[in-house]
Design a protein around this ligand. Structure first.
Ligand code: GRF
Length: 188
């Protein structure tokens, strides 16, 4: 069975969807570690609920981004992590992580890439007035939301949908698409 780590910075609904799918046997993996860069993030509470080890590190406590990432890599290596799944991790992965886990870091983005990259994908798409929203799962490279696409799925805008409704629909879609994609990756 493959060992995975999940990286997140915030709410952790995707993290929870993955944990739940693993608990229910939809995916079969060892979720060995949550890496979180925000001490007060709710995702940490979710990890406690599932008894998952959490590594909480603040970039500001390190001399450089490379040192910060090296501390993460050290624990990943100890735990023999095979794949890293980013789920709302609000930092760009740099060379230390990328070179140690080449082709093994995957991210979920709440828009149809290559449109609406960056931290506000849903809001940017909504303000643009798109009629088709979507979710993208992609490999992580040195750019922002620029790696090779693995999977995408869509939802249609329905007249009158508020931003909150669109967000809710997108997050629901994310949870399903991420679990299904992780399942496929782990079975490769
Ligand atoms: C998701 O929309 C994900 O696509 C993006 O950040 C958000 C994280 O949400 N990268 P959550 O923390 O999983 O609830």
């Amino acid at each position: 069975m493959k060992n995975i780590a999940i990286f997140g910075s915030g709410n952790g609904s995707n993290f929870e969807a993955i944990c739940e799918a693993n608990k229910n046997g939809i995916i079969k993996t060892n979720i060995k570690l949550l890496v979180c860069d925000k001490k007060k993030a709710f995702i940490i509470e979710r990890a406690k609920k599932y008894g998952i080890e959490t590594l909480v590190l603040s970039l500001k406590d390190f001399a450089s981004k490379a040192d910060y990432e090296q501390a993460i890599v050290n624990r990943l290596k100890e735990l023999e992590i095979d794949y890293i799944f980013l789920a709302g991790y609000m930092k760009i992965c740099s060379n230390v992580l990328l070179s140690n886990y080449k082709g093994k870091i995957i991210n979920i983005h709440p828009a149809l890439l290559p449109s609406f990259k960056g931290a506000h994908g849903i809001l940017d798409a909504y303000n643009y007035g798109v009629k088709v929203f979507g979710v993208t799962i992609h490999y992580v490279d040195e750019g922002i939301d620029s790696g090779k696409i693995i999977a995408q799925d869509i939802i249609n805008y329905e007249d009158g949908d508020s931003i909150e409704i669109v967000e809710e629909k997108i997050h629901k879609l994310e949870h399903v698409l991420y679990v299904n994609t992780i399942k496929k990756i782990l079975e490769e």
